[in-house]
Design a protein around this ligand. Structure first.
Ligand SMILES: Nc1nc2c(ncn2[C@@H]2O[C@H](COP(=O)(O)OP(=O)(O)OP(=O)(O)O)[C@@H](O)[C@H]2O)c(=O)[nH]1
Length: 516
């Protein structure tokens, strides 16, 4: 019985030992997996904090040796302490990162001419994505997007600035060439500089290397200096002749005054003479004793008196004649003066008119547009009437220049300008903003109502039968429109129309886009 019991006990013991071994093996496996995992996890935390790195290295060493929990516990405690600080540091860093991303984004928003899709992405990123961040990793896609938009902006800037090759030599700069062309377009002081300006424009469009552009800039400055000095000479000439005429006028008046003073003296003397003769006659008539004596006395004195009176009349009539002649002369000189002043006034007003007119298309230029734009904006501030603003840009205009020459490009701009002017209302205002860009102001026109006439404008241009070098060419325009709204600034309104134009360009050109 005892043997049977002990055999049973032995068997149970064996089973228990086996179960315990299986449990230990499973436990060891679990501890190995966990240790491995903890070691990997600790490696991924590496690099955040030196003290934490040291503790983690020790931690991994202890795990590798398979030491007990007693050795791990103090390490875990000190790492916990470090991690607590680490969390606070990460939070502060994240806040700083968020702030700097937001600042960088706002800075980017200020860049003019950023493509519309970049501008939209940026707005979404700043208004929504940036405020929905929970972990540091969430910043990564945002930073990627931001760096993409930065690249776009950088490209935009680079295309505007000088591009220097790896070898250090300055290459082409199409944007500067554009600006110079616009400047050259405004040089329309006198007919005789128009040929020079034409030659400069040709040079700019044929070669936009920095050296050649510098040369063209120099030539533009020379034309300006020449026109200014001619203008100054002409102003000086006018002042000299004005002065001369005034001097002549003055000496005429002085001579006339002197003459009149002389005549006055002569007449006063004669009057005195006549008076004393009358007095003498009076005294002698009282002494006369007979009629015959009285008669001969009066006869003699009257003869003398009448001679004096005739003399006085002669002097007076000569004086009148001299005065009349002198006034005639003065009048002539005043007339000459007046006509000189009028000629100069006319020239000045022509100059002002010309300086507000684009030389090539004869449409108002950018300066004229700025004047009118500010005026309309001011008016809008007072009466809040509808004003639609449209920016119009000729599509692929560069290729016209490239394929058919700059003169063909010029002619195209003239034809388009004429067609645009013809197609708008009398109350609208169109100007050449620069290059192949036009701006249109439509006072009293609501943006939605502007759609049909603007679509018509687009199709009018599209249907012009351009022909270059025997080739029929269709030219299209893209339009971006907006309207003034409360709280606007001229710049904000213009930017809206401009970004609507970008949208029209980016979505295929030959179209109108509206931006409320
Ligand atoms: N003939 C001529 N060309 C001009 C004048 N002013 C600017 N340009 C040219 O206009 C072209 C404008 O080109 P881009 O700004 O690249 O635009 P685009 O070719 O019209 O293309 P999209 O606007 O993108 O459709 C440049 O080649 C300028 O040299 C001008 O007065 N006369």
């Amino acid at each position: 019985m005892v043997t049977k019991n002990s055999a049973l006990l032995e068997k149970k013991l064996e089973q228990t030992i086996k179960a315990r071994k299986a449990l230990e093996t499973a436990r060891k496996h679990q501890v190995d997996v966990l240790s491995n995992f903890a070691a990997k996890l600790s490696l991924s935390c590496k690099g955040q904090d030196v003290a934490l790195d040291n503790q983690l290295a020790k931690f991994r060493g202890v795990l590798q040796k398979g030491m007990g929990f007693e050795e791990l516990e103090p390490l875990i405690e000190s790492m916990n302490e470090i991690l607590k600080h680490q969390e606070a540091t990460i939070n502060t860093n994240n806040r700083a990162l968020q702030q700097s991303i937001s600042q960088a984004g706002k800075q980017l928003q200020k860049i003019r001419g950023l493509p519309e899709d970049g501008r939209r992405k940026l707005r979404h990123l700043l208004d929504h994505e940036l405020s929905n961040i929970n972990t540091t990793n969430d910043y990564i896609p945002i930073l990627e997007k931001l760096s993409g938009i930065y690249q776009q902006a950088l490209q935009l800037k680079l295309s505007k600035a000088d591009i220097v090759s790896d070898q250090g030599e300055v290459q082409q700069s199409p944007e500067i060439a554009n600006e110079l062309l616009n400047l050259a377009n405004e040089l329309t002081f006198d007919e005789d500089v128009s040929q020079e300006v034409k030659a400069i424009k040709n040079a700019i469009s044929l070669n936009d290397s920095i050296d050649s552009l510098l040369n063209s800039s120099l030539n533009i400055i020379k034309v300006i200096v020449k026109s200014i000095s001619r203008e100054r000479q002409s102003a000086q000439g006018f002042l000299v002749s004005l002065n001369q005429t005034l001097e002549e006028l003055n000496s005429s008046i002085v001579a006339t005054t002197k003459h009149s003073q002389n005549v006055n003296k002569q007449i006063t003397n004669l009057n005195k003479q006549i008076e004393s003769k009358i007095e003498g006659l009076n005294a002698r008539t009282q002494q006369a004793t007979s009629i015959s004596e009285l008669k001969s006395l009066v006869d003699g004195e009257l003869k003398l008196l009448s001679q004096d009176l005739i003399e006085r009349e002669r002097i007076e009539s000569e004086d009148k004649k001299a005065l009349y002649e002198s006034f005639e002369k003065i009048n002539d000189r005043i007339n000459v003066l007046e006509s000189k002043v009028n000629t100069y006034k006319k020239r000045l007003s022509e100059q002002r008119f010309k300086s507000l007119l684009d030389g090539l298309t004869k449409l108002p230029n950018r300066a004229a547009f700025d004047d009118r734009f500010n005026q309309e904006f001011h008016q809008f501030g007072i009466n809040k009437g509808d004003v639609t603003l449209v920016v119009i840009d000729v599509d692929h205009f560069k290729s016209i220049n490239d394929k058919y020459g700059h003169s063909a490009g010029d002619k195209t701009l003239q034809v388009i300008a004429r067609a645009l002017k013809k197609a708008i209302r009398k109350t609208d205002f169109i100007a050449r903003y620069g290059g192949e860009e036009f701006v249109l102001l439509m006072p009293g026109m609501h943006l939605q109502h502007a759609k049909p006439p603007l679509e018509k404008l687009r199709s009018v241009i599209k249907s012009i039968p351009f022909k270059f070098k025997e080739t029929q060419v269709q030219i299209t325009i893209s339009l971006g429109a907006t309207q003034f709204k409360d709280g606007d600034t001229p710049l904000a309104a213009f930017d809206r129309a401009d970004s609507a134009l970008y949208e029209a360009k980016n979505s295929g050109r030959d179209r109108l886009c509206l931006r409320e």
